[in-house]
Design a protein. Structure first.
Length: 438
């Protein structure tokens, strides 16, 4: 490296944003995500064992997805390649794959390919990665702010770990401010005095995004005139250093889970005004209407269910119609569905039933299907010894017989709550049963 190149690198380092200058190089310097990298937690164990597998880092912006991938690369001595799905295509992926192949061939070194905003890749681009993930040509780490189970191909995500990173806590961000002021090579040379109100405001406005916090802090420090050698940062300085308040809800990552949770809980509590408020908040923040529509469909099935089976039809039609017309008119369609769901009777009996059944199946011995219920369409099926299967249509639609395996025939998973239309369904069936008993 010659003198000119060295000077160029030093100038770049001087102009690098505070967030880049403070980017941690080791796990011990990393702030937050204790549920993943704390002592004994899964990601720390994987790194310690040098057994890194392809993974998805899922969470809001500014929580350390890229940093964590780089730390993994440095800690495990793997090569590190990085691209953004926003500005890359198949040709870019091919170049990275060739680099990874050369790393294996000539240096016997694995390559981490970090893809930022991996959800922006289309299906064919994601499919292209699949064979190279399968044969370990690359260790793929994808970062996304969107739910990967919706946005990443099932074939690809089934071969990857999914790690959810959370917004930084108040204490995390307070620690970060202290580190910036006292340990950054540029800020530590300045005599900075920051009030508690300024710290509170900075943390409040950043909403868990450490990059947003550090950007605002840096602007505040460098835009403030010193007073007798002291740079005084108060609440107003912070307010003047932020273009606008960072929304508590933002579809690109700032705690939108809190808002969608409040939306669902308001509908569950039949509070129409609160439901409409949170819907408006999401729409105003640019949330994907598909995300809202999906959650409304889930709500209709989980929280209303058979109390009003039409609720799922309403939610599904609203989902399809809102996509067809787009914003801003989609707001009217979603509002209509929102009000209907909030006003509907609530019943979660089917939700409880499937959860109970799935837990039972997971923890109990798997028994054979009773012979009388087995398929009869394949060759030699009639050779099976079977109990007589009573065909319900020959008995006016209902006949009393056991369908569960004998060992489980007394198990009950579904406990109706007799709310709304479910009450009518149960009463009709019980009426039929009573008639047959007579």
């Amino acid at each position: 490296m010659d003198l000119f190149e060295l000077n160029r690198i030093r100038e770049i380092e001087k102009s690098a944003p505070l967030a880049d200058r403070l980017r941690p190089k080791t796990l011990d310097d990393f702030i937050g995500q204790e549920h993943l990298i704390g002592e004994g937690k899964i990601l720390r164990r994987m790194i310690k064992a040098d057994r890194i597998y392809s993974s998805i880092f899922y969470g809001p912006p500014g929580v350390g997805k890229t940093t964590l991938a780089e730390i993994i690369s440095n800690t495990t001595d793997m090569a590190f390649e990085k691209i953004s799905a926003v500005a890359s295509g198949i040709s870019d992926l091919k170049k990275k794959i060739e680099i990874a192949k050369d790393n294996l061939k000539f240096e016997n070194k694995k390559t981490i390919l970090f893809i930022d905003e991996i959800h922006r890749f289309n299906k064919s681009q994601q499919d292209y990665l699949l064979p190279f993930v399968e044969d370990s040509t690359i260790i793929l780490i994808g970062a996304t702010t969107e739910n990967p189970y919706f946005e990443v191909n099932k074939a690809l995500i089934s071969r990857m770990y999914v790690f959810e990173l959370k917004s930084h806590s108040y204490n995390d961000l307070k620690m970060l401010i202290d580190r910036a002021i006292n340990k950054d090579r540029i800020l530590q040379r300045k005599n900075i005095s920051i009030t508690n109100n300024a710290i509170e405001t900075l943390i409040s406005y950043s909403n868990g995004d450490c990059r947003a916090l550090l950007n605002a802090l840096e602007i505040a420090v460098f835009s403030q005139d010193d007073n007798k050698g002291i740079i005084e940062i108060d609440r107003q300085t912070i307010l003047d250093s932020i273009q606008k308040k960072i929304s508590i809800y933002d579809r690109n990552g700032d705690r939108h889970y809190d808002t969608i949770s409040a939306f669902i809980k308001s509908m569950r509590g039949s509070d129409v005004d609160a439901s409409i408020y949170y819907l408006a908040k999401m729409l105003n923040s640019g949330e994907d209407i598909k995300f809202i529509g999906r959650r409304m469909m889930i709500f209709a099935a989980e929280d209303i269910s058979l109390a009003d089976p039409n609720a799922l039809n309403i939610a599904t039609n609203a989902f399809n119609a809102s996509i067809a017309v787009g914003m801003p008119e989609a707001r009217i369609i979603l509002a209509e569905a929102c009000v209907y769901l909030a006003l509907s009777p609530k019943n979660n009996s089917t939700y409880l039933a499937i959860n109970k059944a799935m837990d039972f199946v997971k923890n109990k011995r798997d028994l054979e299907v009773p012979n009388k219920l087995k398929d009869t369409h394949y060759k030699d099926s009639k050779k099976l010894v079977k109990d007589e299967y009573l065909y319900p249509h020959n008995y006016n639609g209902y006949v009393k017989q056991d369908y569960l395996p004998d060992e489980y025939k007394n198990e009950k998973f579904y406990e109706p709550k007799n709310i709304g239309y479910e009450k009518e369904l149960v009463e009709k069936l019980e009426k039929v049963k009573r008639g047959l008993d007579k």
